[in-house]
Ligand binder design. Structure first.
Ligand code: PLP
Length: 388
Protein backbone atom coordinates (compact mmCIF):
# COMPACT_ATOMS: atom_id res chain seq x y z
CA UNK A 1 0.00 0.00 0.00
CA UNK A 2 1.39 3.38 -0.97
CA UNK A 3 0.63 5.85 1.77
CA UNK A 4 0.99 9.61 1.61
CA UNK A 5 4.44 10.98 2.50
CA UNK A 6 2.94 13.10 5.26
CA UNK A 7 2.01 9.94 7.17
CA UNK A 8 5.54 8.56 6.99
CA UNK A 9 6.90 11.49 8.98
CA UNK A 10 4.46 11.13 11.83
CA UNK A 11 5.36 9.34 15.07
CA UNK A 12 2.43 7.47 16.65
CA UNK A 13 1.27 8.75 20.06
CA UNK A 14 3.31 6.78 22.63
CA UNK A 15 1.03 7.98 25.41
CA UNK A 16 -2.08 6.56 23.75
CA UNK A 17 -0.22 3.32 22.91
CA UNK A 18 1.02 2.74 26.48
CA UNK A 19 -2.31 3.67 27.99
CA UNK A 20 -4.05 1.21 25.66
CA UNK A 21 -1.55 -1.55 26.60
CA UNK A 22 -2.07 -0.89 30.32
CA UNK A 23 -5.88 -0.93 29.92
CA UNK A 24 -5.71 -4.21 27.93
CA UNK A 25 -3.51 -5.86 30.59
CA UNK A 26 -5.90 -4.69 33.30
CA UNK A 27 -8.89 -6.02 31.36
CA UNK A 28 -7.17 -9.41 31.11
CA UNK A 29 -6.94 -9.57 34.91
CA UNK A 30 -3.34 -8.36 35.50
CA UNK A 31 -2.99 -6.15 38.60
CA UNK A 32 -1.63 -3.05 36.88
CA UNK A 33 -0.93 0.27 38.58
CA UNK A 34 -1.28 2.74 35.74
CA UNK A 35 -0.02 6.30 35.82
CA UNK A 36 -0.04 6.69 32.09
CA UNK A 37 -3.35 8.36 31.36
CA UNK A 38 -3.77 12.10 31.03
CA UNK A 39 -7.33 11.63 32.13
CA UNK A 40 -9.16 12.56 35.35
CA UNK A 41 -10.55 9.44 37.02
CA UNK A 42 -13.68 11.25 38.29
CA UNK A 43 -17.07 10.78 36.63
CA UNK A 44 -18.40 13.75 34.66
CA UNK A 45 -20.44 15.87 37.14
CA UNK A 46 -24.15 15.02 37.30
CA UNK A 47 -25.54 18.37 36.15
CA UNK A 48 -23.49 18.11 32.95
CA UNK A 49 -24.76 14.58 32.30
CA UNK A 50 -28.31 15.76 32.96
CA UNK A 51 -28.00 18.62 30.46
CA UNK A 52 -26.78 16.27 27.71
CA UNK A 53 -29.58 13.78 28.46
CA UNK A 54 -32.10 16.60 28.36
CA UNK A 55 -30.63 17.74 25.04
CA UNK A 56 -31.22 14.25 23.62
CA UNK A 57 -34.81 14.31 24.86
CA UNK A 58 -35.24 17.77 23.34
CA UNK A 59 -34.18 16.48 19.93
CA UNK A 60 -30.80 18.23 19.83
CA UNK A 61 -29.57 15.47 17.58
CA UNK A 62 -29.26 17.35 14.29
CA UNK A 63 -26.45 19.02 12.40
CA UNK A 64 -25.57 22.40 13.90
CA UNK A 65 -23.40 25.31 12.78
CA UNK A 66 -19.83 24.18 11.98
CA UNK A 67 -18.36 26.73 14.41
CA UNK A 68 -20.50 25.47 17.28
CA UNK A 69 -23.78 26.17 19.07
CA UNK A 70 -24.15 29.96 19.36
CA UNK A 71 -24.96 29.70 23.08
CA UNK A 72 -21.79 27.70 23.72
CA UNK A 73 -19.62 30.14 21.76
CA UNK A 74 -21.15 32.96 23.80
CA UNK A 75 -20.55 31.09 27.09
CA UNK A 76 -16.91 30.47 26.14
CA UNK A 77 -16.46 34.15 25.21
CA UNK A 78 -17.86 35.15 28.59
CA UNK A 79 -15.62 32.70 30.42
CA UNK A 80 -12.57 34.09 28.62
CA UNK A 81 -13.54 37.63 29.60
CA UNK A 82 -14.35 36.77 33.21
CA UNK A 83 -11.55 34.31 34.04
CA UNK A 84 -8.80 35.47 31.72
CA UNK A 85 -9.42 39.13 30.93
CA UNK A 86 -9.53 38.34 27.21
CA UNK A 87 -11.90 40.47 25.19
CA UNK A 88 -13.25 37.87 22.79
CA UNK A 89 -16.81 37.75 21.43
CA UNK A 90 -18.62 34.70 20.06
CA UNK A 91 -17.21 35.50 16.59
CA UNK A 92 -13.72 34.90 18.00
CA UNK A 93 -14.55 31.32 19.06
CA UNK A 94 -14.80 27.99 17.27
CA UNK A 95 -16.00 24.88 19.12
CA UNK A 96 -13.86 21.87 18.19
CA UNK A 97 -13.64 18.13 18.86
CA UNK A 98 -11.48 18.61 21.94
CA UNK A 99 -8.46 20.80 22.55
CA UNK A 100 -6.40 18.53 20.30
CA UNK A 101 -8.61 19.24 17.32
CA UNK A 102 -8.55 23.00 17.97
CA UNK A 103 -4.77 22.93 17.60
CA UNK A 104 -5.03 20.79 14.48
CA UNK A 105 -7.53 23.22 12.92
CA UNK A 106 -5.16 26.05 13.77
CA UNK A 107 -2.13 24.40 12.15
CA UNK A 108 -4.09 23.79 8.95
CA UNK A 109 -5.39 27.36 9.01
CA UNK A 110 -2.03 29.14 9.33
CA UNK A 111 0.89 26.87 8.41
CA UNK A 112 2.27 26.81 4.89
CA UNK A 113 4.87 24.30 3.70
CA UNK A 114 8.20 25.13 5.33
CA UNK A 115 6.81 27.45 8.00
CA UNK A 116 8.55 26.99 11.34
CA UNK A 117 6.80 26.51 14.68
CA UNK A 118 8.74 26.94 17.92
CA UNK A 119 7.99 24.29 20.54
CA UNK A 120 9.77 24.20 23.92
CA UNK A 121 10.62 20.66 25.07
CA UNK A 122 9.53 18.69 27.06
CA UNK A 123 6.40 19.14 24.94
CA UNK A 124 2.97 17.58 24.67
CA UNK A 125 3.36 14.68 22.24
CA UNK A 126 1.01 15.93 19.56
CA UNK A 127 2.47 19.39 18.91
CA UNK A 128 5.36 18.42 16.60
CA UNK A 129 3.29 15.81 14.78
CA UNK A 130 0.47 18.27 14.07
CA UNK A 131 2.96 20.78 12.72
CA UNK A 132 4.42 18.12 10.41
CA UNK A 133 0.98 17.01 9.23
CA UNK A 134 0.27 20.61 8.25
CA UNK A 135 3.52 20.73 6.24
CA UNK A 136 5.41 22.86 8.77
CA UNK A 137 8.70 22.33 10.55
CA UNK A 138 8.74 21.88 14.34
CA UNK A 139 11.67 23.76 15.89
CA UNK A 140 12.28 22.15 19.25
CA UNK A 141 13.90 24.28 21.96
CA UNK A 142 15.14 22.11 24.84
CA UNK A 143 14.63 23.34 28.39
CA UNK A 144 15.84 21.77 31.64
CA UNK A 145 15.19 21.62 35.36
CA UNK A 146 17.44 24.63 35.99
CA UNK A 147 14.94 26.90 34.21
CA UNK A 148 12.00 24.87 35.65
CA UNK A 149 11.50 23.52 32.13
CA UNK A 150 10.50 26.98 30.88
CA UNK A 151 11.77 28.53 27.69
CA UNK A 152 13.75 31.72 28.37
CA UNK A 153 13.32 34.91 26.34
CA UNK A 154 16.89 34.47 25.02
CA UNK A 155 16.13 30.93 23.85
CA UNK A 156 12.95 32.08 22.11
CA UNK A 157 14.76 34.94 20.40
CA UNK A 158 17.53 32.62 19.23
CA UNK A 159 15.12 30.11 17.69
CA UNK A 160 13.39 32.72 15.51
CA UNK A 161 14.18 32.78 11.78
CA UNK A 162 12.45 34.53 8.86
CA UNK A 163 10.36 31.35 8.50
CA UNK A 164 9.00 31.37 12.05
CA UNK A 165 5.22 31.63 12.11
CA UNK A 166 4.06 30.39 15.48
CA UNK A 167 5.24 29.85 19.04
CA UNK A 168 3.44 27.23 21.16
CA UNK A 169 3.23 27.82 24.89
CA UNK A 170 1.54 25.41 27.29
CA UNK A 171 0.99 26.58 30.85
CA UNK A 172 0.30 24.67 33.05
CA UNK A 173 2.34 22.21 31.06
CA UNK A 174 1.91 18.59 30.12
CA UNK A 175 4.31 16.88 30.93
CA UNK A 176 6.22 19.19 33.29
CA UNK A 177 3.32 20.70 35.28
CA UNK A 178 5.15 24.04 35.30
CA UNK A 179 3.24 27.33 35.32
CA UNK A 180 4.73 30.47 33.76
CA UNK A 181 4.61 33.60 35.94
CA UNK A 182 3.13 36.85 34.57
CA UNK A 183 6.66 38.35 34.40
CA UNK A 184 7.98 35.39 32.39
CA UNK A 185 5.02 35.63 30.03
CA UNK A 186 5.54 39.36 29.59
CA UNK A 187 9.14 38.85 28.52
CA UNK A 188 8.12 36.17 26.01
CA UNK A 189 5.22 38.29 24.74
CA UNK A 190 7.59 41.17 24.01
CA UNK A 191 9.60 38.90 21.71
CA UNK A 192 6.51 37.55 19.96
CA UNK A 193 5.36 41.12 19.29
CA UNK A 194 8.78 42.43 18.24
CA UNK A 195 9.09 39.61 15.69
CA UNK A 196 5.47 39.78 14.57
CA UNK A 197 4.77 36.11 15.31
CA UNK A 198 1.61 34.35 16.36
CA UNK A 199 1.44 32.52 19.68
CA UNK A 200 -0.93 29.74 20.64
CA UNK A 201 -1.47 29.36 24.35
CA UNK A 202 -2.66 25.88 25.27
CA UNK A 203 -4.52 26.50 28.52
CA UNK A 204 -6.31 23.18 28.91
CA UNK A 205 -4.94 22.71 32.47
CA UNK A 206 -5.65 26.28 33.64
CA UNK A 207 -8.06 25.19 36.39
CA UNK A 208 -5.61 22.68 37.85
CA UNK A 209 -3.15 24.84 39.75
CA UNK A 210 -1.83 24.50 43.29
CA UNK A 211 -0.08 26.26 46.16
CA UNK A 212 -1.51 29.66 45.20
CA UNK A 213 -0.01 29.69 41.70
CA UNK A 214 -1.81 32.04 39.32
CA UNK A 215 -2.84 31.22 35.76
CA UNK A 216 -2.39 34.13 33.38
CA UNK A 217 -3.15 34.05 29.67
CA UNK A 218 -0.34 35.57 27.61
CA UNK A 219 -2.96 37.26 25.41
CA UNK A 220 -4.17 39.38 28.33
CA UNK A 221 -0.84 41.16 28.70
CA UNK A 222 -1.53 44.03 26.30
CA UNK A 223 -3.22 44.94 23.01
CA UNK A 224 -0.29 44.00 20.77
CA UNK A 225 0.11 40.47 22.12
CA UNK A 226 -3.69 40.07 22.25
CA UNK A 227 -3.86 40.57 18.47
CA UNK A 228 -1.33 37.78 17.98
CA UNK A 229 -2.72 35.25 20.49
CA UNK A 230 -4.79 32.15 19.96
CA UNK A 231 -6.11 30.32 23.03
CA UNK A 232 -6.68 26.58 22.81
CA UNK A 233 -8.58 24.78 25.53
CA UNK A 234 -11.37 22.34 26.27
CA UNK A 235 -13.60 20.66 28.81
CA UNK A 236 -11.72 17.36 29.20
CA UNK A 237 -9.46 18.08 32.14
CA UNK A 238 -11.32 20.64 34.28
CA UNK A 239 -14.75 18.97 34.02
CA UNK A 240 -13.65 15.35 33.59
CA UNK A 241 -15.15 15.23 30.10
CA UNK A 242 -12.38 13.49 28.14
CA UNK A 243 -14.68 11.30 26.07
CA UNK A 244 -17.11 14.08 25.19
CA UNK A 245 -14.68 15.64 22.74
CA UNK A 246 -15.47 19.30 23.21
CA UNK A 247 -12.83 22.03 23.08
CA UNK A 248 -12.33 25.42 21.54
CA UNK A 249 -10.01 27.80 19.80
CA UNK A 250 -10.26 31.55 20.43
CA UNK A 251 -8.44 34.25 18.53
CA UNK A 252 -8.51 36.80 15.72
CA UNK A 253 -11.70 36.56 13.64
CA UNK A 254 -9.83 35.92 10.39
CA UNK A 255 -8.13 32.82 11.79
CA UNK A 256 -11.32 31.56 13.43
CA UNK A 257 -13.12 31.94 10.09
CA UNK A 258 -10.36 29.95 8.37
CA UNK A 259 -10.56 27.23 11.04
CA UNK A 260 -14.34 27.11 10.55
CA UNK A 261 -13.89 26.70 6.81
CA UNK A 262 -11.58 23.74 7.44
CA UNK A 263 -13.90 22.23 10.03
CA UNK A 264 -16.85 22.71 7.67
CA UNK A 265 -15.16 20.35 5.23
CA UNK A 266 -13.82 17.86 7.75
CA UNK A 267 -15.79 17.14 10.94
CA UNK A 268 -18.59 19.74 10.70
CA UNK A 269 -20.08 20.56 14.09
CA UNK A 270 -19.06 18.87 17.32
CA UNK A 271 -21.66 16.33 18.56
CA UNK A 272 -24.67 18.55 19.25
CA UNK A 273 -25.85 17.11 22.58
CA UNK A 274 -22.25 17.01 23.88
CA UNK A 275 -22.16 20.77 23.29
CA UNK A 276 -25.23 21.16 25.50
CA UNK A 277 -23.38 19.32 28.25
CA UNK A 278 -20.51 21.78 27.77
CA UNK A 279 -22.92 24.73 28.06
CA UNK A 280 -24.06 23.36 31.43
CA UNK A 281 -20.42 22.96 32.48
CA UNK A 282 -19.73 26.66 31.91
CA UNK A 283 -23.06 28.08 33.02
CA UNK A 284 -23.47 25.85 36.11
CA UNK A 285 -21.74 25.90 39.49
CA UNK A 286 -17.95 25.60 39.37
CA UNK A 287 -17.80 23.76 42.73
CA UNK A 288 -17.17 20.45 40.94
CA UNK A 289 -14.00 21.88 39.38
CA UNK A 290 -12.74 22.99 42.77
CA UNK A 291 -13.47 19.67 44.50
CA UNK A 292 -11.55 17.77 41.79
CA UNK A 293 -8.70 20.26 42.07
CA UNK A 294 -8.49 19.75 45.83
CA UNK A 295 -8.34 15.96 45.34
CA UNK A 296 -5.56 16.36 42.73
CA UNK A 297 -3.65 18.62 45.14
CA UNK A 298 -3.62 15.88 47.83
CA UNK A 299 -2.52 13.22 45.37
CA UNK A 300 0.19 15.48 44.02
CA UNK A 301 1.64 15.93 47.50
CA UNK A 302 1.59 12.19 48.26
CA UNK A 303 3.12 11.14 44.98
CA UNK A 304 5.74 13.87 45.18
CA UNK A 305 6.79 12.80 48.72
CA UNK A 306 6.87 9.10 47.82
CA UNK A 307 8.94 9.62 44.66
CA UNK A 308 11.48 11.84 46.33
CA UNK A 309 11.94 9.20 49.03
CA UNK A 310 13.15 6.71 46.38
CA UNK A 311 16.95 6.75 46.20
CA UNK A 312 18.01 7.43 42.61
CA UNK A 313 14.90 9.36 41.58
CA UNK A 314 14.43 13.09 41.92
CA UNK A 315 11.54 15.25 41.07
CA UNK A 316 10.74 18.97 40.94
CA UNK A 317 7.40 20.11 42.38
CA UNK A 318 5.22 21.55 39.67
CA UNK A 319 2.40 24.04 40.28
CA UNK A 320 -0.15 22.71 37.83
CA UNK A 321 -1.75 19.99 35.67
CA UNK A 322 -1.66 16.43 37.10
CA UNK A 323 1.78 15.14 36.19
CA UNK A 324 5.18 14.65 37.81
CA UNK A 325 8.31 14.33 35.72
CA UNK A 326 11.05 12.67 37.78
CA UNK A 327 14.57 12.42 36.45
CA UNK A 328 15.92 8.90 35.89
CA UNK A 329 19.36 10.15 34.84
CA UNK A 330 21.00 8.38 37.79
CA UNK A 331 19.65 4.96 36.78
CA UNK A 332 21.64 4.89 33.55
CA UNK A 333 18.63 3.58 31.61
CA UNK A 334 16.88 5.21 28.68
CA UNK A 335 13.31 6.17 29.43
CA UNK A 336 11.96 3.44 27.16
CA UNK A 337 14.14 0.76 28.80
CA UNK A 338 13.00 2.00 32.20
CA UNK A 339 9.28 1.97 31.36
CA UNK A 340 9.36 -1.36 29.51
CA UNK A 341 11.16 -3.13 32.36
CA UNK A 342 8.95 -1.50 34.99
CA UNK A 343 5.78 -2.67 33.23
CA UNK A 344 7.20 -6.15 32.71
CA UNK A 345 8.60 -6.67 36.22
CA UNK A 346 6.38 -4.60 38.50
CA UNK A 347 3.24 -4.09 36.42
CA UNK A 348 3.47 -0.31 36.66
CA UNK A 349 2.61 1.74 33.57
CA UNK A 350 4.01 5.19 33.01
CA UNK A 351 5.21 7.20 30.05
CA UNK A 352 8.85 7.38 28.90
CA UNK A 353 10.12 10.95 28.67
CA UNK A 354 11.31 10.32 25.11
CA UNK A 355 7.66 10.74 24.07
CA UNK A 356 7.99 14.39 25.17
CA UNK A 357 11.51 14.89 23.84
CA UNK A 358 13.09 14.32 27.29
CA UNK A 359 14.81 10.92 27.54
CA UNK A 360 16.19 11.46 31.06
CA UNK A 361 12.71 11.61 32.52
CA UNK A 362 9.57 9.56 33.12
CA UNK A 363 6.07 11.00 33.35
CA UNK A 364 3.58 9.92 35.98
CA UNK A 365 -0.01 11.10 36.05
CA UNK A 366 -1.56 11.43 39.50
CA UNK A 367 -5.07 11.47 38.06
CA UNK A 368 -5.72 8.21 39.86
CA UNK A 369 -6.82 7.10 43.32
CA UNK A 370 -4.64 7.30 46.43
CA UNK A 371 -4.48 3.51 46.91
CA UNK A 372 -3.06 3.03 43.40
CA UNK A 373 -0.57 5.84 44.05
CA UNK A 374 0.67 4.18 47.25
CA UNK A 375 0.89 0.69 45.76
CA UNK A 376 2.46 1.96 42.56
CA UNK A 377 5.13 3.98 44.35
CA UNK A 378 6.05 0.92 46.47
CA UNK A 379 6.55 -1.05 43.28
CA UNK A 380 8.51 1.78 41.69
CA UNK A 381 10.73 1.90 44.78
CA UNK A 382 11.33 -1.87 44.55
CA UNK A 383 12.16 -1.58 40.86
CA UNK A 384 14.64 1.27 41.24
CA UNK A 385 16.35 -0.43 44.21
CA UNK A 386 16.66 -3.67 42.23
CA UNK A 387 18.68 -1.76 39.61
CA UNK A 388 21.07 0.08 41.92
N1 PLP B 1 -3.20 19.97 25.25
C1 PLP B 1 -2.55 19.28 26.18
C2 PLP B 1 -1.30 19.86 26.76
C3 PLP B 1 -3.00 18.03 26.61
O1 PLP B 1 -2.34 17.35 27.56
C4 PLP B 1 -4.18 17.49 26.02
C5 PLP B 1 -4.66 16.15 26.37
O2 PLP B 1 -3.99 15.33 26.93
C6 PLP B 1 -4.84 18.26 25.05
C7 PLP B 1 -4.32 19.50 24.69
C8 PLP B 1 -6.07 17.80 24.33
O3 PLP B 1 -7.13 17.47 25.12
P1 PLP B 1 -8.55 17.09 24.48
O4 PLP B 1 -8.37 16.94 23.02
O5 PLP B 1 -8.93 15.82 25.16
O6 PLP B 1 -9.44 18.24 24.81
Amino acid sequence: MKLAKRVEQVTPSLTLAIDAKAKALKASGVDICSFSAGEPDFPTPDHILAAAKQALDDGKTRYGPAAGEPRLREAIAQKLQKDNGLCFGAENIIVTNGGKHSLFDLMLAIIDAGDEVIIPSPFWVSYPEMVKLAGGIPVIVPTDEKSQFKITPAQLQQAITPKTKLFIINSPSNPTGMVYTPAELEALAAIVVANDLLVVSDEIYEKLIYDGAQHVSIGALGPEIYERTLVSSGFAKAYSMTGWRVGWLAGPVEIIRAATLIQGHSTSNVCTFAQWGAIAALEGSQDCVESMRVAFAERRQSMFDLINAIPGLSCAKPDGAFYLLPSIAQTGMTSLEFCDALLEEQKVALIPGIAFGADDFIRLSYATDMDTIKRGMERLDKFVRSRS
